[in-house]
Design a protein around this ligand. Structure first.
Ligand code: ADP
Ligand code: MG
Length: 428
């Protein structure tokens, strides 16, 4: 079972080749379970955390059903945010790169509707969009859903949290009754169950076991600290781990602003996103973070919804989140695609209790770690530096540098002192 490969699925070579080019070797659990069921045409409820590969799980079966010659929309994917819509459309483009003439379009608020209307007129097979904008197109009669065969509700719980329930139901009623409906969500609260009852036919409920929910390659630690010391502790941890791409979560907009201001003051390259910023402002910050022009992104839970930042080394919880599920969502931003990620939580005395319930809920162990003192930091950093030097001595081509060192020694410098002077230079 664990040895399933993409070749075991009954899918076209075009898609298999594309998956190979994307670098995916083995399907994730949710892909293993959902792809065969969806290929058979069944309605699916796929319950799995962020970062488990749900996009491929629904995109592959949906692509298999597309009839290229018919240039009207055959599949529609509803997503909670604009970022997520763009991301999903991008993933589908990659998966379908060998399917000539396949068109996928992301439609979302904030982009001039005229551009979307022109694109729709040219013919589109797959629509990815936020419920509000999709409905807008339906009202304007610029989007015809009568040919839809597959509907996907992606991150359904987040869409409902954001108040899209009526829009979603409205859109579903515009699609043919004999459609296939795939619903993906990290959690299945009551309102979602209701939707599945009304709008799915005899769905198979696939669930990634709770113990698998928090991806095991995330190492989770917490640090006990007073609220007023949190900024210092955060900075120490960023320095210690030499974080190049870190995501810091805080519970309120005000604290996000405070953190960004103070991190910048201390010389960190940081920026923040929260709900009071315009979409344009948020996009700019996200772009900088993706291109690694900033190292630290500070965000509230709401602002971070749906954003995909590959390869975040560390997620910091500057505050313990208010909901159990938030914790899972937050740390799901690291440890993706087989890499080890780290989640560091700063917890004040009061927050320790909340963290305990999170541990229980997610069925994981969040280990306590001591906040390193400045002295200890020094020691740890020295150790890392010495390791790096050893590594370089063993593996690097040092010809040019050796030549320079030899010239120093010819000038009567003691080699040990030469090395010590260099270390002093590096560390200053
Ligand atoms: P979710 O929607 O469950 O949060 P995504 O679909 O966004 O997850 O996928 C999370 C990450 O994992 C993405 O970067 C994606 O490219 C990657 N991924 C998806 N499937 C696989 C796979 N089979 N093997 C390795 N990485 C994968
Ligand atoms: Mg997703």
């Amino acid at each position: 079972m664990s040895d399933t490969t993409f070749n075991d699925f009954n899918i076209s070579n075009d898609i298999k080749d594309a998956i190979k080019d994307m670098g995916f070797e083995k399907p994730t659990s949710i892909q293993k379970m959902a792809i065969p069921e969806a290929l058979e045409g069944k309605d699916v409820i796929g319950q799995a955390q962020t970062g488990t590969g749900k996009t491929v799980a629904f995109s592959v079966p949906l692509l298999e059903k597309i009839f290229i010659k018919d240039k009207s929309p055959q599949a529609i994917i509803l997503c909670p945010t604009r970022e997520l819509s763009i991301q999903v459309a991008g993933e589908i483009e990659k998966l379908s790169k060998n399917m000539k003439k396949l068109r996928v379009l992301a439609v979302y608020g904030g982009q001039p509707i005229g551009r979307q209307i022109r694109a729709l007129k040219k013919g589109v097979h797959i629509i990815v969009g936020t419920p509000g904008r999709v409905l807008d197109h339906i009202d304007r009669k610029t989007l015809d859903l009568t040919g839809i065969e597959t509907v996907v509700l992606d991150e359904a719980d987040e869409m409902l949290d954001m108040g899209f329930r009526e829009d979603i139901e409205h859109i579903l009623r515009f699609t043919p009754k004999n459609r296939q409906t795939l619903l993906f969500s990290a959690t299945i609260p009551k309102p979602i169950k209701k939707i599945t009852k009304h709008y799915q036919k005899d769905p198979v409920h696939l669930k990634i076991a709770k113990k698998d929910m928090v991806v095991p390659q995330i190492e989770q630690y917490y640090f006990e600290t007073k609220d007023k010391d949190k900024l210092d502790v955060l900075c120490r941890l960023i320095d210690l781990h030499d974080v190049k791409l870190g995501l810091v979560f805080s519970n309120t907009k005000r604290r996000v602003d405070f953190l960004v201001r103070n991190l910048k003051k201390r010389g960190y390259s940081a920026d923040g996103i929260h709900g009071d910023m315009t979409q344009n402002q948020r996009d700019k910050v996200m772009g900088k973070f993706r291109n690694e022009k900033i190292n630290i992104l500070v965000a509230t839970d709401v602002a971070a919804r749906g954003i995909d930042v590959p390869d975040v080394e560390v997620v910091f919880n500057y505050d313990v989140p208010n909901h159990n599920d938030y914790y899972v969502h937050r740390i799901g931003r690291t440890g993706r695609a087989g890499k080890t990620g780290y989640a560091f939580t700063l917890a004040s005395g009061r927050e320790r209790k909340i963290l305990k319930t999170i541990e229980k809920h997610t069925n994981t162990k969040i280990k306590k770690q001591k906040v390193p003192t400045f002295k200890e930091m020094e020691k740890i950093k020295d150790g890392i530096l010495l390791d790096e030097i050893k590594e370089s001595v063993n593996n690097d081509n040092l010809k040019k540098e050796l030549f320079l060192v030899e010239s120093l020694i010819e000038d009567d410098c003691n080699p040990i002192f030469v090395a010590a002077a260099l270390l002093k230079k590096i560390k200053s």
